[in-house]
Design a binder for this molecule. Structure first.
Ligand code: HEC
Length: 159
């Protein structure tokens, strides 16, 4: 085997070992755990809002029970406050696998808090009226806006 070939094979093997080690270490870091946990919370928002959005648009038949469940879930999940999922050093300039912008940590905490609170309030209001299609249609807008307003400020746009 030529020296060149050996070098290439060794480099490839090292690359695989390094990426395995990186994946292991990465998933174990507090930042990585925090990022995964908060993204899971976001995924649950999206799942529940998706059910409601489909009904509001008429893509899915309105079902009061399912709508109340999804709206109640949104209200409950938004009220879950896990500050450790937003630990410093887990922004997209400092850590991998996240779209959270550094501004989330450098802005006035009251401003960030207001964006979370907007979702808590909008989803609680939605949960009170989601038993009818008109109620759902009337109250889903502010929920979507609260998601969008926070993403606009603190989430990097993924290409
Ligand atoms: C207080 C701010 C805030 C609010 C409110 C908010 N988000 Fe997010 N969202 C973020 C940030 C920041 C990220 C990037 C998180 C990361 O990648 O670490 C994100 C990421 C996401 C993601 C991508 C998750 C992933 O796996 O990468 C989805 C989906 C999402 N949000 C949906 C929603 C929905 C739906 C709502 C409203 C019901 C919502 N978000 C409300 C800040 C917010």
């Amino acid at each position: 085997m030529s020296i060149m070939k050996k070098t290439i094979l060794l480099t490839a093997a090292f690359g695989i070992a390094a990426s395995v080690a990186f994946a292991g270490g990465h998933s174990a870091s507090p930042e990585s755990k925090a990022i995964k946990a908060r993204q899971a919370q976001m995924t649950l928002y999206s799942f529940n809002l998706g059910i409601l959005g489909a009904m509001a648009k008429g893509d899915r038949e309105f079902d009061a029970e399912a709508a109340n469940l999804a709206a109640g879930n949104l209200a409950a999940i938004s009220a879950v406050w896990m500050p450790e999922t937003w630990i410093p050093g887990s922004d997209n300039q400092s850590a991998k696998g996240t779209d959270a912008l550094p501004a989330l940590w450098t802005d006035d905490p009251a401003k960030v808090g207001a964006k979370s609170q907007a979702l808590v309030e909008a989803s609680a209001a939605l949960a009170k009226v989601s038993g009818t299609l008109d109620g759902l249609r009337g109250a889903i807008g502010p929920v979507g806006k609260s998601c969008g307003s926070c993403h606009e400020a603190y989430r990097a746009k993924s290409e």
